[in-house]
Design a binder for this molecule. Structure first.
Ligand code: FAD
Length: 388
């Protein structure tokens, strides 16, 4: 559903005020405590942030991909930990159900994900299986009227808070690759489910990841997403296409915020009797950052519009994720540089955002994996004579 221009403008203005007035002032507190305040989460729920992408019939706002990216560009101006708490419900924690789920699965889970009553996590990575996700080892053995899951998932975002896990597991042991994988919905509290201790991370304090362990965990057959075995890897890839656009918009929004920060500091900080913003070598850091952030914004919004037109965006999503996550790393580095010594000191946000931004080049497919996806599609297109 597309919002009318006035409603969209109002929504984006409300989000901007929320970010500026409610989130950015709490960044230091969240980074220090490594906790997301309950009142912030409650406000996010009230504003409908957990349901941005979920269809209105299930209680969400039902934004188009482009509208969702416009919202994310603003929400991502605050330190990424804030986005992380609702982003799995908007993206990887709900989209398996939204895209490939049965009607019963949608009716059971989407309203609770949209309201933020439960947090959804997406569990693909394992201790020995990261980039080569198709070779995952967690098993789901058919047993009577259900399945029995065994295995460990690693670095699962929001797992300590999750009420629902989308779990990719191998249903066909004779198919070692992606075709033997199915996707399951596992509720927190199911006997046989346990969690590891939250990991101590480089950045994004306030957002939590941990292991998710399945020991003879039994789920009913209705927990199989779409009710069809062997489709789980395809579901995961569709979820990640959308997830990568989300990450790209998160990178771009954060870069835009850091550009504002470096400009503000550059105009205020005086050296050699003038604001450092007057020095051309400092201006080069502003200009390079601005051009790159504008390019990333154009890329992510064009890919979002293509998805809304029903086009296959696998390559565009990888291009957007790769470019934007590398770009935000460069902008974060320049932001530290513009701040000079202050950029290296904890009390200033430049240091925190530099560490926070580093994750974007790693999760939901590393830069190297995006490169392989993009090149594979280029070569396939050229071989089929389809390259324009
Ligand atoms: C904070 C955090 C949150 C996360 N959240 C989630 C989550 O919610 N759900 C989830 O399922 N996973 C999650 N992950 C896992 C993340 O997606 C993986 O860490 C990532 O995909 C890389 O896998 P890996 O760590 O096993 O690295 P590896 O796959 O071991 O890669 C190591 C290095 O080798 C390179 N490499 C590997 N294969 C190739 C290749 N074919 N060609 C070239 N280079 C290659 C990689 O690019 C990388 O540089 C999270 C990770 C972190 C750190």
């Amino acid at each position: 559903m597309s919002l009318d221009p006035d409603t969209l403008a109002q929504l984006l203005e409300t989000l901007r005020r929320f970010v500026d007035d409610r989130l950015i002032p709490r960044e230091a507190e969240v980074a220090e405590s490594d906790e997301m305040p309950a009142d912030v989460i409650a406000e996010m729920r009230e504003m409908g942030l957990f349901g941005l992408s979920i269809a209105p019939e299930y209680g969400g706002l039902g934004l188009t991909t482009e509208e969702e990216m416009l919202a994310m560009l603003i929400l991502a101006r605050a330190a990424p930990a804030f986005r992380s708490i609702f982003a799995t419900n908007v993206g990887i924690g709900s989209q398996g159900i939204a895209i490939d789920g049965t009607e019963a699965q949608k009716a059971r889970y989407l309203p609770r994900l949209a309201s933020g009553e439960i947090i959804g996590s997406f569990a693909l990575t394992e201790p020995d299986v990261g980039s080569d996700a198709g070779s995952l080892r967690t098993t789901a053995r058919r047993d009577g009227d259900g399945y029995v899951l065994n295995g460990t998932k690693r670095y699962i975002t929001n797992a300590p808070h999750a009420g629902l896990f989308t779990v990719m597991a191998r249903t066909d042991p004779d198919q070692p690759g992606a075709r033997g994988v199915s996707a399951f919905l596992v509720e927190a509290g199911t006997p046989g489910l346990s969690l590891g201790a939250p990991e101590r991370k480089m950045g994004q304090q306030g957002a939590h990841v941990c292991d998710v362990i399945f020991r003879d965990l039994r789920v009913p057959a209705e927990a199989l997403i779409g009710g069809i075995e062997g489709q789980g890897f395809k579901t995961a890839m569709k979820v990640l296409d959308k997830g990568r656009l989300n990450i790209a918009s998160a990178c771009t929004g954060l870069a835009e915020r850091m550009i504002d920060d470096m400009l503000a500091y550059g105009l205020e900080r005086q050296q050699f009797g003038q604001p450092i913003a007057g020095f051309q070598l400092v201006q080069a850091m502003f200009a390079d950052s601005q051009a790159e952030a504008m390019a990333a914004r154009a890329l992510v919004l064009e890919a979002a519009r293509a998805r809304d037109r029903g086009e296959d965006v696998a390559m565009a999503a990888s291009c957007a994720k790769m470019f934007a996550s590398e770009m935000v790393g460069r902008v974060a580095d320049r932001n530290v540089q513009v701040h000079g010594g202050a950029g290296y000191i904890r009390d200033y946000r430049a240091e925190q955002l530099f560490r926070d931004a580093r994750l974007f080049r790693i999760y939901e497919g590393t830069t190297q994996i995006q490169q392989t996806i993009i090149a594979r599609q280029m070569i396939a297109g050229a071989s089929a004579g389809k390259r324009k």
